[in-house]
Design a protein around this ligand. Structure first.
Ligand code: FES
Ligand code: FES
Length: 167
């Protein structure tokens, strides 16, 4: 269990392991969400802030390889976890196959939902490479997109599946 260093009477300092790097959070507040800490304290704006109540999936990250809404996780509760954000998916700044397929298939319009969907789809295809369309729809049902109607997103997932299977 990682120690939390209390500073004064209300703030805490602690460490988080994010995308394979140890990051320090200085003088935070115990009640801050992981989403807030990522964006506002650690300069990682990939996870987006829309509803802040677990409804839209725009803040999706992986916590110990489990997909979670970062807005619903207390950052100070994640000190013993491996956190992966969309910034940590690509290799050396290169796009992942899912990100490339989103671009190629026209699955990005305003882009606000895109990081959360990219994380959710990587998570799904890592666990279920051959997921059928209804499984894909179910897997991304927690990620709201107001622009695309989902058709191009499903096309992007199918393109990645074809590419990964060598078709
Ligand atoms: S901002 Fe976290 S689910 Fe909407
Ligand atoms: S592309 Fe705009 S919300 Fe999905």
């Amino acid at each position: 269990m990682t120690e939390l260093d209390t500073v004064g009477d209300a703030s805490v300092s602690y460490g988080l392991r994010i995308n394979g790097r140890d990051r320090a959070v200085q003088a935070g507040w115990l009640g801050e969400s992981l989403l807030y800490v990522l964006r506002e304290r650690l300069g990682l704006p990939g996870a987006k802030n829309a509803c802040e109540q677990g409804e839209c999936g725009s803040c999706s990250v992986l916590l110990d390889d489990v997909l979670v809404c970062a807005c619903c996780v207390l950052a100070a509760d994640a000190t013993d976890s491996d956190i992966r954000t969309v910034e940590g998916l690509g290799d050396g700044g290169r796009l992942t196959d899912v990100q490339r397929a989103f671009l190629d298939e026209g699955a990005v319009q305003c882009g606000f939902c895109t990081p959360g969907l990219v994380i959710a789809i990587h998570d799904l295809l890592d666990r279920r490479p051959d997921a059928d369309e209804s499984t894909v729809r179910e897997a991304i049902s927690g990620n709201l997109c107001r622009c695309t109607g989902y058709g191009r997103i499903l096309a992007a997932v199918a393109a990645v599946q074809r590419e990964r299977s060598g078709d």
